[in-house]
Design a protein around this ligand. Structure first.
Ligand code: APR
Length: 264
């Protein structure tokens, strides 16, 4: 039995399988990753997009955010075979929850929840798979005063046309509906992610460098409560040492094969 077959066997035997995913899962769809050779943080200074910059200088924040949005989401992205394989595992009853750090909405598209999946972690009606967007969703903005949510594209265009910062009818400033560096994760999301990691008896970390909290601590938490941990990532991560299986392979090669093996 090779590593992938052993992992498929552990998944078949598990009651609760949970996955945490990162930018490496969306990279094959064309969405840039954050770290590594041509990562976003090699091209942009992440401090420009932090919560304290938004509070201190919302106009300057939004001027930089337009450039970031164009670099990250300059075309319509589609879920790739990795997203589809995880959605299929959910429909098979072999994946309880996807805890994603990605804000591109592609898991929601693949699972069928569409890009508007709120980060409240309710299981998707059709598939029973929870998609928990740990860092929010870049397809939306939210007014910091009245809380109203809007599609982000037209607001980004208004900012690009010089409305800095873009404001809501109530006079409040729009903020991308994502967790900025320095923001606290919504407590309900954080607690639900930890509960799912604790509950899991198989935990997959896929396409993430696992250097940003809380994602970085979830594999450790799962392992501490007895879960079998597997990591699928092209580069080493700080959690490799606690994983039974480390697959240094492309998500588009591994995940469809894993799904097939778990239904064999
Ligand atoms: N298959 C497998 N792994 C891949 C692939 C692929 N096709 N492409 C890239 N990877 C791996 C890279 O080797 C890298 O280790 O995916 C990982 C992506 O790591 P990051 O770019 O750090 O992205 P992520 O872990 O999601 O970052 C976490 O950091 O900046 C914040 O909020 C941002 O959500 C993001 C968080």
């Amino acid at each position: 039995m090779d590593d992938l077959e052993r992992l498929a066997d552990a998944i078949r035997r598990a009651d609760t399988v949970v996955a945490v995913t990162g930018a490496g899962l969306s990279a094959p769809s064309g969405v840039p990753t954050f770290r590594g050779d041509d990562g976003i943080w090699e091209r942009f200074d992440e401090r420009q997009f932090a919560a304290d910059r938004f509070r201190r200088d919302p106009a300057g924040f939004w001027a930089d955010r337009v450039a970031l949005e164009r670099a990250m989401f300059d075309e319509e992205y589609e879920p790739n075979v990795g997203h589809e394989a995880l959605a299929a595992m959910g429909r098979d009853g072999n994946l309880e929850a996807i805890l994603t750090q990605n804000t591109d909405g592609l898991h929601g598209d693949a699972v069928g929840a569409g890009g508007e999946r709120p980060s409240d972690g309710d299981p998707d009606a059709e598939t029973g798979t929870t998609v928990l967007e740990l860092h929010g969703n870049s397809r939306r903005v939210r007014c910091t005063d009245c809380g109203t949510r809007r599609d982000s594209d037209p607001i980004v265009e208004r900012a690009a046309a010089g409305e800095l910062p873009p404001t809501c009818e109530c006079g409040g400033v729009f903020k991308p509906d994502v967790v900025l560096f320095g923001d606290r994760l919504p407590d309900a999301v954080f607690q639900r992610a930890r509960a799912l990691a604790r509950e899991s008896d198989a935990f997959l970390a896929i396409g993430s460098s696992l250097v940003v909290e809380p994602a970085a601590s979830l594999p450790r938490l799962a392992a501490s409560t007895g879960a079998t941990v597997a990591i699928v990532n092209l580069e080493p991560t700080p959690c490799d040492g606690l994983a039974e299986t480390v697959l240094r392979e492309d998500v588009t090669a591994v995940l469809p094969r894993l799904r097939d093996l778990t239904t064999a």
